[in-house]
Design a protein around this ligand. Structure first.
Ligand SMILES: [Zn+2]
Length: 312
């Protein structure tokens, strides 16, 4: 990117599909120093903002997301306007800036496709953090501070992004369900889900569903961690996913609406079925299979972030 002196950190549109102010509105309204440029706000180590009042734990999680985004900024000595030369036609595009800002010229295949999915902007940020191994799962949190309980909220395995979203028995039952509806193999890890993001038109509904599953696993996990919500069974996650899909319906193209409704109906039927006994749950402790998940980026910052909490 450029030297960061012309782009305002919160108000201008430089990450994702809208300004950070819009994507993180509840936090933005509490910031004292609105209007700061990126160069004024970020010195490579700290984000120089203060809040009007004490920030709740939920907003703190949002702040962690902002920190992770800032950590990926790299400045050059050129004025910001040269940024736009990174597109072939010389016109500003979010993707081109995003590729330069976030990956320092390296462009992994999956994360850029996230910005074209028909899902809420906050969920796009969430998927971006997930894809770059920057969500504050307990293993990542451990890189920042001591963590008392390192296990998954759903079972007895250590919590990591790979485990929570793909290998855990709870996630796995969601992927099995989704695989059976779409006739596509979605179990087995990040790549089996993310590779479909690349065909955003043909698999628009599939991608909305997989995004909703990932988002709802995270929301439910956070509700356990921060709001004392109690686990009942996997149908709770199904119901949350259905509710998210209904809320997001307005974001998808008209020709996809019927298919999405069909998927929600099938999920509803599934949620009403009697439960299979789950192997590997916290209460029937059998160790679940573990496969290692390598983040798709070659650069891994030591610190990272966050939780998305708003009700999208
Ligand atoms: Zn687990």
């Amino acid at each position: 990117m450029g030297d960061g002196r012309r782009i305002r950190f919160w108000e201008d549109h430089w990450f994702g599909n809208s300004s950070l102010a819009i994507q993180f509105w509840p936090l933005y309204v509490l910031i004292n120093e609105q209007g700061k440029t990126i160069a004024e706000a970020w010195d490579g180590e700290t984000l120089k903002f203060s809040f009007r009042r004490t920030v709740s734990p939920l907003l703190m999680e949002m702040w962690n997301d902002i920190l992770s985004i800032a950590e990926d900024i790299s400045f050059s000595n050129e004025p910001d306007s040269v940024v736009w030369k990174f597109t072939s036609n010389g016109v500003y595009s979010v993707q081109s800036l995003y590729a330069v800002v976030s990956f320092r010229g390296v462009k992994p295949v999956y994360p850029p496709a996230i910005w074209d999915l028909y899902i809420p902007p906050r969920v796009q940020v969430f998927l971006w953090l997930l894809s770059n191994n920057k969500l504050l799962t307990r293993d990542n949190l451990l890189k920042r501070r001591e963590v008392g309980d390192k296990t998954c909220v759903f079972c007895t395995e250590p919590e990591s992004i790979s485990h929570l979203f793909f290998d855990c028995c709870v996630a796995n039952s969601m992927w099995e369900w989704c695989s059976s509806i779409f006739g596509i193999q979605l179990t087995g890890g990040f790549e089996n889900v993310a590779k479909w993001w690349l065909s955003r038109k043909k698999h628009a509904v599939l991608n909305i569903c997989t995004s909703a599953i990932l988002w709802c696993i995270w929301k439910l996990r956070n509700a356990f961690c921060f709001q004392g919500e109690k686990w009942s069974d996997v149908r709770k996650l199904m119901r949350k996913t259905m509710a998210a899909l209904r809320r997001w319906q307005g974001l998808c193209k008209e020709e996809n609406v019927w298919q999405l409704e069909e998927v929600v109906a099938q999920l509803g039927a599934k949620a009403r079925e009697p439960l299979k006994i789950m192997r590997e749950s916290r209460w029937l402790s059998t160790a679940p299979p573990t496969t290692s998940w390598e983040p798709p980026l070659e650069t891994q910052n030591s610190s990272s972030s966050g939780t998305l909490q708003s009700d999208l």
